[in-house]
Design a protein around this ligand. Structure first.
Ligand SMILES: [Zn+2]
Length: 506
């Protein structure tokens, strides 16, 4: 038996106007053919899928297609998207007949001229292998489900955890769903799905202890039913200004099951009822936030700057908080933050360790949200920012943020990096020899996922209300392409008022 495996993963923030290029993907490691499994078979969803499929009886041959992974950023440029598409098709054609296809995907990825990359790649796979070959796609629970995705995948399997600690298990669940199809050839699974005209602040997306936790326990209960292959709730990443953005609930079963369909309806009603409470987040403007942090006994106070979250595709160079830190005469134990700014890194390199730094920092990628701030300080260290992410989002995921420079300015320590990467992990700072546990205040550029890695040692966690490409306060942004009405951008009294969904009530 031959199973084709590929990965196409990026979360796109359409408010970040800087394109994701081929060089960006190459930095994260492009692979085709056998290299997909040889080099990346121990990472994330692929590792879980392979682990599970290797326990099956009989000869299973894994055929690598292509692996394109890139950290969240702006939409993929048209030429890169063409190359990705061509590579996947060429590899699928070269693979010859296969018995199944597994694609590890995100679900909220767009390219210039293609707002739904995930749906497009599933459609290409379907057109290439034909209607009888099972196709399973794994997704982030922030994916935006489209009719094209549902039409072309037999089963979509989404994360059940935010912070995303279940990439490996999602791969395993994908393999289990695929196994049923391989054992019941000729039987097509049935998918029920519904879109809800709502999107919500990511700060409240915690599925372990947060507001949606009971919904995700319900999904797990659905998946324990013998005829359910997959149950998912996709809370969508809100900074994805594309058509049909909204929450989606989806169940795939082995057969028609009216009862399950009714349960899905009740489940969707429960989701809709949560929309107001999901918006209940305390975010503080920069000045108020630093004042509050100074009053906290103990350290570190971990500050979630969701608007500049590199984990949500923001550039990671917003200067509002940095400017506030620099204006303070005293921050006991100091403040620690990072900035994605290759130009400032180049300046620091030129100056060298121990030299005096006096240059603008940040505010370059999204001038509509943020302007550079002049930083005067000392270059303490120049280093390579290569590390491995295990935790929220990644499992054995190799990270390369280029050259890093540690600049100390007054009460603030700034880690400058050339390229974006996980803003949710303390290992980012530790790689530069900076222990976030020792600081008074530490910035995590992530809306919610950072809690998985910082929660155990944070004296307190505060959330910032700042400008940027990924604010939790969605009213700060101007949406042009979403279908409306869409809550909370538009007031909606009842779902009946907003039956824009292409899926309708299935
Ligand atoms: Zn996500």
């Amino acid at each position: 038996m031959r199973i084709a495996i590929g990965q196409l993963w990026q979360e796109t923030n359409t408010f970040n106007r800087n394109a994701t290029t081929l060089a960006d993907f190459e930095n994260w490691g492009v692979a085709t053919g056998g290299d997909v499994i040889a080099k990346y078979g121990n990472t994330g969803e692929l590792s879980g899928f392979l682990k599970e499929a290797k326990t099956w009886d009989g000869d299973v041959e894994f055929v690598g297609l292509a692996r394109y992974v890139c950290w969240p950023w702006g939409a993929v440029d048209a030429a890169t998207w063409r190359k990705i598409r061509d590579d996947f098709i060429a590899q699928l054609e070269a693979a010859g007949p296969v018995d199944a296809v597994f694609l590890a995907l995100h679900g909220a990825m767009s390219a210039e001229g293609e707002p739904d990359v995930t749906g497009a790649i599933l459609e290409l796979a379907r057109l290439t292998v034909g209607s009888d070959v099972p196709i399973v796609g794994s997704l982030d629970l922030h994916g935006n489900i489209t009719p094209r995705m549902v039409a072309n995948a037999d089963v979509l399997v989404g994360y059940h955890a935010a912070p995303h600690l279940d990439a490996v298990q999602t791969g395993e669940r994908s393999a289990k769903a695929l196994r049923w199809m391989l054992e019941h050839r000729g039987q097509k699974p049935v998918t029920y799905w519904r879109k809800l005209p709502m999107m919500t602040a990511a700060e409240n997306h915690n599925t372990f202890t947060g507001i949606p936790a009971p919904l995700y326990r319900q999904l797990e209960a659905f998946e324990r039913e013998p005829n359910v292959l997959s149950a998912g709730l996709y809370m969508v990443m809100a900074w994805f200004d594309t058509p049909w953005v909204g929450w989606t609930a989806l169940i795939t079963t082995t057969e028609n099951d009216r009862g399950l369909r009714e349960k899905l309806d009740s489940f969707c009603d429960a989701c809709w009822e949560l929309r107001h409470v999901m918006e209940d987040v305390e975010r503080l403007p920069a000045k108020e936030l630093v004042d509050r942090a100074l009053m906290v006994k103990g350290h570190p106070v971990v500050i979630g700057d969701g608007a500049d979250a590199t984990n949500s595709g923001s550039p990671g160079d917003a200067t509002e908080l940095l400017r506030e830190f620099l204006s303070r005469e005293s921050i006991p134990r100091g403040a620690l933050t990072f900035m994605v700014d290759p130009q400032a890194v180049a300046v620091a390199k030129e100056i060298g360790e121990g030299g005096a730094f006096d240059a603008p920092v940040g505010g370059r990628y999204s001038p509509e949200f943020s302007t550079p701030v002049q930083v005067k300080g000392t270059v303490e260290k120049i280093l390579d920012m290569k590390w491995t992410l295990t935790g929220h989002i990644g499992n054995n995921l190799p990270i390369d943020m280029g050259t890093g420079a540690v600049v100390h300015a007054g009460e603030t320590t700034i880690l400058l990096v050339e390229r974006s990467g996980p803003g949710s992990s303390p290992v980012l700072y530790e790689t530069a020899g900076l222990d976030p546990r020792n600081f008074g205040m530490v910035v995590a550029k992530s809306p919610s996922g950072f809690r998985a890695d910082y929660g155990s040692f944070a004296a307190e966690i505060l959330l910032a209300d700042t400008d940027g490409c990924a604010p939790g306060n969605l009213q700060r942004l101007t949406y042009e392409h979403v279908h409306r009405p869409l809550w909370p951008l538009n007031p909606i009294a009842s779902m009946e008022e907003a039956r824009w969904t292409p899926a309708g009530y299935v």
